[in-house]
Ligand binder design. Structure first.
Ligand code: OGA
Ligand code: MN
Length: 274
């Protein structure tokens, strides 16, 4: 196994690993160490059956339930099929493409949000459809003392309702408010990082929604600079795993959703953020 850095701030390619083959304890440890160090891992040309994909991700923990239970793969409910053609039409007539086009970390509406998200590229638009990642440790480190002081000790109240049109049964399963620190301590590295999903945030405790969004918008604007980001340009067969406790990500919506961009997603259960 060889590691090649892809970005200055985060991202690395793992070379020489075929996830279709059994992953022994030593390899599992090296992959996890690489994920902790580089935050985003890219493994190219992973030709996996759904069963092999699920097995490979089990190396890192238990696959966690996903929000859209009606779009899970038949026979492999651990896999969510993110298909740009499948989001219904929004009120403005635009297609509701999943994979948010705004900076976020995944599933903050859950009490124990996923520690890892994996995306396997199945079908891509002829151009565009990149995914951006930002190092959330570096985001925190780069803040002015004043902004740091503003966010210190703050907690976000999150739900699925604001952003997603969930089916009624899913709404009940996922819509209970989940309260998380805006700056969390990574349970494995011990490092502190910015942690938020503005589209799922309802407000910050003790602040009005308007004040809360102003604070978070300003925070992200200050914190996310080119120096802390990595842009992934996809090829079919790319498997990208990222540590949701240490980065934010954003799907770039610069392609025609009707041409079809398909990712197979697995999320791995994490701890309650602390
Ligand atoms: C996601 C997501 C990004 C993408 O699946 O959580 O944000 O580029 N996807 O599809
Ligand atoms: Mn996401």
């Amino acid at each position: 196994m060889e590691i090649r850095r892809l970005g200055d701030a985060l991202g690395a390619e793992v070379i020489g690993v075929d996830l279709a083959r059994p992953i022994d304890a030593a390899l599992a440890r090296r992959l996890n160490d690489a994920l902790l160090e580089h935050i985003v891992l890219v493994l190219r040309d992973q030709r996996l059956t759904p069963g092999q994909y699920v097995e490979a991700m089990r190396t890192f923990g238990r696959p966690a339930p996903q929000n859209h239970t009606e779009q899970l793969m038949d026979g492999h409910p651990e896999i969510w099929i993110l298909d740009s053609r499948r989001g219904g039409l929004r009120k403005d007539g635009e297609r509701n493409v999943y994979g948010a086009n705004a900076w976020h970390t995944d599933h903050t509406n859950q009490q124990r949000p996923p520690k890892i998200t994996a995306l396997l590229a199945i079908r891509l638009p002829p151009s565009g459809g990149d995914t951006l990642f930002a190092n959330a440790y570096a985001m925190l480190e780069g803040l002015s003392a004043q902004t740091r002081q503003r966010i210190e000790g703050r907690r976000t109240v999150n739900g699925a309702d604001r952003h997603l049109e969930l089916r009624e049964d899913n709404r009940h399963a996922f819509a209970a408010p989940a309260i998380h620190p805006l700056v969390r301590t990574h349970p494995e590295t011990g490092r502190r990082a910015i942690y938020c999903h503005p589209l799922k945030m309802q407000h910050i405790e003790g602040m009005s929604p308007q004040e809360s969004f102003e604070l978070v918008d300003r925070l992200l604007e200050e914190a996310i600079t080119p120096a802390v980001t990595y842009r992934h340009r996809w090829s079919p067969g790319d498997l990208v795993m990222f540590d949701n406790r240490a980065c934010l990500h954003r799907a770039v919506r610069d392609y025609d959703p009707d041409v079809g961009r398909v990712m197979h997603r697995i999320i791995v259960e994490g701890d309650a953020p602390g």
